[in-house]
Design a protein. Structure first.
Length: 137
């Protein structure tokens, strides 16, 4: 299993909206960055992803799980980009703010900090564990 971080603006698609769909899940579509799309193509069923609210909040708020691997994104007329389907897994005990993440030297290598515009990015297992611990402070 691999770990990821997926960013969404909460006024476009929020974690509460994702949560309301439960185990049915929803497509993670609309990604038009080639590097983020490549990351979507690498996702496998069962991979877990942090759900990050970007622009408003700037914090990790929950975890979703990939339940359907990449397929053509129905919102893309060019048929170049893909989507995956993710389902709600759990809410974090406490959201983790971008400010907190930036203060942790062990997380300074994350794409969330180095490539802040990237909407889908891998998270190494050590960082996954650190972030989960941070949510329980």
């Amino acid at each position: 299993m691999k770990y990821w971080l997926m960013k969404s603006e909460p006024d476009v698609w929020s974690f509460d909206q994702q949560k309301s769909l439960g185990h049915k899940g929803a497509p993670w579509d609309g990604v038009r960055n080639y590097q983020a799309a490549k990351n979507l193509k690498e996702m496998k069923k069962g991979d877990q992803c942090f759900f990050y609210h970007s622009n408003i909040g700037k914090e990790i708020v929950g975890i979703v799980e990939v339940i359907k691997e990449h397929y053509l994104d129905k919102t893309d007329r060019s048929n170049r980009f893909v989507a995956v389907t993710v389902k709600f897994l759990r809410e974090l005990d406490r959201p983790i703010t971008l400010e907190e993440i930036k203060k942790n030297k062990q997380l300074s290598h994350l794409s969330l900090i180095k490539q802040s515009r990237l909407s889908v990015m891998p998270i190494d297992s050590k960082s996954w564990k650190i972030l989960n611990k941070m949510s329980k402070l």
